[in-house]
Design a protein around this ligand. Structure first.
Ligand code: SF4
Length: 554
């Protein structure tokens, strides 16, 4: 089986041994794996597992899967085992991984740039219906996740998805995950620059490419030329944000080293302006630095943000220029503040070509295969062939003629997809939670949906933009640290002293205008049962005391 240290051409000088030699960096000659995950990646490239799935596992069944593939390499093809039903959150930390494993998989379909054709959405709907018990969740990275997938069905699912240009390649794993893009790239009337060609070029050149299939940890990319800055660029490993250079015109401002999870960090600007046709090269340089200099000793210190924290943006830019690009980058201005607090494109908006796009809100990203198929048919019936997913777990129908808008809106609302939703429907997100996730401690999706209903009933006059995010564990899949009200799932004590599902509360986080992480309110934990009362109290207090123009986080 192949090992995969950096190729000779891409590897930086090995003479630069420094104080981080002990972090397992390839760039300083540290090729001996320092933990089990690194060993699995060295033993065989994650991308190679596809052949074994197609030729062995799909025929011999779940029990034939090599454990190193099951809990490691299958992620490179978007596959995680899901949580065995009926195991409560108190057992999450005490059971062995194999005791939590169900014999079914979550499958993540990557949707780069969030862009979908009608045929692609229809295919996802059909796969969901045929192979995933009708499940389908829109994630906060523009993907769609299916559950209850059997290993026997995986090759047929790939065939169906790939026939319409979709894939699950590197949808999970220590590799370049889905490339987030502005869902209205190329059509929004207020666009600074269309990043679509850059998203497509990165995908074409580097996704499924073994130069970058063994990174220290997951690697997240975002590209947006929208003035709304609609890709949460602040919390990606590398991001390209639309900006106009005073001499060179529209291009992208380069941000590096953002990420959430247990040690959240906002990305930093390198002060460099990148033209559209150089984005893919710069992306490869930043990703190469991560591959070669990234820390591989401890998994919880492996994201690019830790290297950035040690190097700082000046050194990072210098290494990028000197060792990877072998030329200087152009200095550039910071992008302006985002033009709106809502960055989700919900509602009816005029496109630059005179047609319209229509953003609509499911509850906490939960949809289903049959409904997705109906949305695809609805879009087609109204003359559209394009849709998009957003990083807020929402969707958009693109390219709608003016005389079709009202009928489309009525059709979406008949499916309970609101085009003018309450701030609660619009601003609440939830991660997968205990229903399927092996790391979860509490339930999130159903709880998020019922919280929306309760708040709509109790606070019908609340109109402020608000982000309420629910996580099922201390990880950050639903971005709790950057929400106005972030809810981190854990077991808490109720009035009777019993352990029940609940949340640690974080208040006042934000992205976009005045980005920052929410403050953990010391000792403030609420039981799941108390949650609607608690959130209602917080929001009423804010409403009563707010100054003009004050947003929740200030
Ligand atoms: Fe699972 Fe935790 Fe991520 Fe939620 S935040 S999906 S519970 S790992």
């Amino acid at each position: 089986m192949a090992s995969n240290p950096p190729s000779a051409s891409a590897a930086p000088s090995r003479r630069k041994a420094g104080r981080h030699r002990g972090e397992g960096q390839w760039a300083v000659g540290h090729f001996t794996p320092l933990n089990g995950n690194e060993q699995v990646k060295k033993d065989d490239d994650g991308l190679n597992v596809r052949t074994r799935i197609e030729t062995i596992y799909a025929h011999r069944g779940f029990d034939s899967i090599d454990p190193a593939d099951l809990r490691g390499r299958m992620r490179w093809w978007g596959l995680y085992t899901q949580r065995k039903p009926g195991i409560d959150g108190g057992k999450t930390a005490v059971l062995e991984p194999e005791e939590l494993d169900d014999k079914y998989f979550m499958m993540r379909v990557r949707i780069d740039g969030g862009r979908l054709t009608v045929a692609q959405l229809r295919a996802i709907g059909e796969v969901s219906e045929q192979y995933a018990r009708g499940t389908a969740d829109i994630t906060d990275r523009q993907n769609i996740q299916l559950h209850w997938v059997r290993i026997e069905d995986v090759p047929a699912i790939w065939q169906k998805l790939e026939a319409v240009g979709l894939s699950t390649t590197e949808a999970c794993g220590d590799c370049p995950r889905v490339i987030i893009g502005s869902p209205v790239a190329g059509i929004a009337a207020d666009e600074i620059i269309d990043g679509t060609p850059a998203v497509e070029e990165i995908h074409r050149r580097y996704i499924g490419n073994k130069d970058f299939s063994n990174l220290p940890r997951k690697f997240k990319t975002a590209v947006s030329g929208s003035p709304v800055q609609d890709v949460v660029h602040e919390i990606n490993d590398v991001a390209f944000v639309g900006v106009v250079h005073p001499e060179h015109g529209p291009g992208f401002d380069l941000w590096v080293g953002g990420g959430l999870s247990t040690n959240p960090r906002l990305a930093e600007r390198l002060g460099a302006w990148v033209p559209l046709d150089e984005v893919a090269d710069v992306w490869a340089g930043v990703t190469g630095i991560f591959r070669d200099y990234g820390y591989r000793r401890l998994r919880n210190r492996a994201r690019l943000k830790y290297l950035m924290a040690d190097w700082g943006p000046e050194k990072f830019r210098q290494v990028l220029e000197d060792e990877y690009l072998r030329r200087k980058l152009v200095d550039g201005p910071a992008p302006p503040q985002p033009s709106s607090r809502w960055r989700d494109h919900i509602g009816v908006h005029r496109q630059k070509d005179g047609r319209y796009y229509v953003g609509f809100a499911p509850r906490v990203g939960r949809v289903d295969g049959a409904t997705l198929t109906k949305v695809a048919e609805l879009a087609a019936a109204h003359g559209s062939d394009r849709l998009a997913t957003t990083v807020e777990q929402k969707m958009i129908v693109l390219d709608v003629a003016q005389d079709q808008v009202d009928s489309l809106v009525a059709g979406l609302e008949a499916l309970d997809f609101q085009v003018n939703p309450s701030p609660f429907r619009r601003g609440t997100m939830a991660c997968t939670g205990i229903e399927f996730c092996k790391l979860a401690i509490v339930e999130t999706k159903a709880r998020g949906a019922s919280l929306i209903d309760e708040l709509e009933r109790r606070l019908p006059d609340f109109t402020e933009p608000i982000a309420i995010n629910l996580n099922g564990c201390p990880n950050a899949c639903a971005r709790i640290q950057t929400a106005d009200i972030g809810l981190k799932g854990q077991l808490v004590l109720n009035d009777k002293g019993e352990q029940v599902e609940g949340f640690q509360v974080h208040l006042g986080g934000a992205l976009g205008l005045e980005p920052g992480f929410g403050r953990k309110v010391r000792g403030l934990k609420v039981t799941a049962e108390e949650l609607p009362d608690y959130v209602e109290r917080v929001l009423r207090r804010f409403q009563a005391g707010r100054a003009d123009g004050e947003r929740f986080a200030t």
